[in-house]
Design a protein around this ligand. Structure first.
Ligand code: FMN
Length: 374
């Protein structure tokens, strides 16, 4: 899927999806961490029917991985969020819509019946923050996830090199890249105008004024955001509330204190602080500290069904991923995302059988061996 996405997308857009911060060490480590842990299967357990469902944030999902919220999806494929939403619904899993999404939460709310997460970026503009919460309430979303790891923009050097902005800036370089990808270019210019649907009535940046995502984080988001703000947001929302981007045990405990119902253990897919620890390496200690009080979700690095099983065996309630469906969206729209989710579901089911389990709850730490202690 990655290879197809690379063929189909203009370079700056592909590298925005594929790239990460600094030397991309954390990005690579996010997946490698799973490879440093081995599964120990049991046999002769009778596995003809397998149940992949999990309950997370009070919602039942038919498979234990969901689509993390990601920005700018209509740049990757003209159907954007619509394609991912419909595919997620088909597979009975949750779909995360970004604050930097390109289809409105109203539309997504009426489009699909399966669980929906809204990812919240805490802006300096309090009017915008309140308006976003009101529209998410009206659209009957199930979860709000406040992203806490983008207090400033990560150093995404590929984006600096390619000059990637939202909306794409027309420079000599980008025009060349559009010309070399005519199918994408025709699709982009013959469909509805690009916009950041949740933000366009409040800020021009991103919809009409071209900015890099990193610049957007650094200038539009509120760097004074703190635990009190997070707690107030939870109260204002009043429903299932998740902090996305928690990595330390201390912060996981504070998430419990402010009444969050879940945390996503995540480093934003390696796109923010390079050199930071991976979600999988950090998962067990967080589960040991707060796993009985809050749902712990492992986000990032997942490319295989076995990665999901390892995270669940270590104690995660569910997993989530971005690139695992984004390459597929870019490659082929809704059918592509369906193929990616189907591959993932097939792998998880097969791997559960090979592990000798018929329910996710049967996965446990006795089935894991770590090759080296980090
Ligand atoms: C292209 C792209 C855009 C993203 N946009 C957002 C976003 O708008 N908000 C957010 O909280 N996380 C965003 N993320 C991070 C994802 O939600 C998720 O944490 C990350 O993709 C997990 O790593 P993985 O891609 O290895 O699965 C984005 C990730 C990618 C790759």
């Amino acid at each position: 899927m990655r290879r197809l996405a690379k063929q189909r997308l203009p370079g700056p857009i592909f590298h925005y999806i594929d790239g990460a911060a600094d030397d991309e060490v954390t990005y690579r480590r996010n997946t490698q961490a799973f490879e440093e842990c081995d599964l120990v299967p049991n046999v002769l357990t009778g596995v003809e029917s397998v149940d992949l469902s999990v309950t997370v944030m009070d919602r039942k999902l038919d498979m234990p991985i969901f689509c993390s919220p990601t920005a700018l999806q209509r740049l990757f494929h003209h159907d954007g969020e619509r394609a991912v939403a419909r595919a997620a619904e088909k597979f009975g899993t949750m779909f995360g819509v970004s604050s930097l999404g390109t289809v409105s939460v109203e539309e997504i709310g009426t489009m699909i019946k399966t669980p929906k997460m809204f990812q919240f970026y805490f802006h300096k503009d309090r009017g915008l923050n309140n308006a976003m919460i009101e529209s998410v309430k009206e659209a009957k979303f199930d979860v709000v996830a406040l992203t806490v790891d983008t207090i400033t923009g990560g150093n995404r050097e590929r984006d600096l090199r390619t000059g990637f902005t939202s909306p794409p800036r027309l420079t000599l370089g980008s025009l060349m890249s559009f010309a070399m990808h005519p199918r994408w270019t025709i699709d982009y210019f013959t469909h509805e105008k690009f916009e950041l649907s949740q933000l366009k009535d409040y800020v021009k940046e991103g919809s009409n004024i071209a900015v890099s995502v990193s610049e957007y984080f650094s200038t539009m988001l509120d760097q004074s955001m703190n635990w009190k703000d997070a707690e107030e947001l939870r109260q204002n929302w009043g429903g299932q509330f998740c902090l996305k981007g928690v990595m330390s045990v201390a912060d996981a405990k504070r998430a419990v204190d402010i009444g969050a119902t879940a945390i996503m253990v995540s480093n934003h897919g390696g796109r923010q602080l390079d050199g930071s620890r991976t979600p999988f390496d950090q998962l067990s200690e967080i589960v040991d500290a707060v796993g009985d009080e809050i749902d712990v979700i492992l986000d990032g690095g997942i490319r295989r069904g076995t990665h999901v099983l390892k995270a669940l065996a270590a104690g995660a309630k569910a997993c989530s991923g971005g690139r695992m469906y984004l390459y597929a969206l870019a490659a082929a729209g809704q059918p592509g995302v369906e193929r990616a989710l189907n591959n993932m579901r097939t792998e998880i089911e097969r791997d559960m059988k090979l592990m000798g389990v018929t329910k996710i709850s049967q996965l446990n730490r006795n089935m894991l061996r770590y090759r080296s202690v980090c």
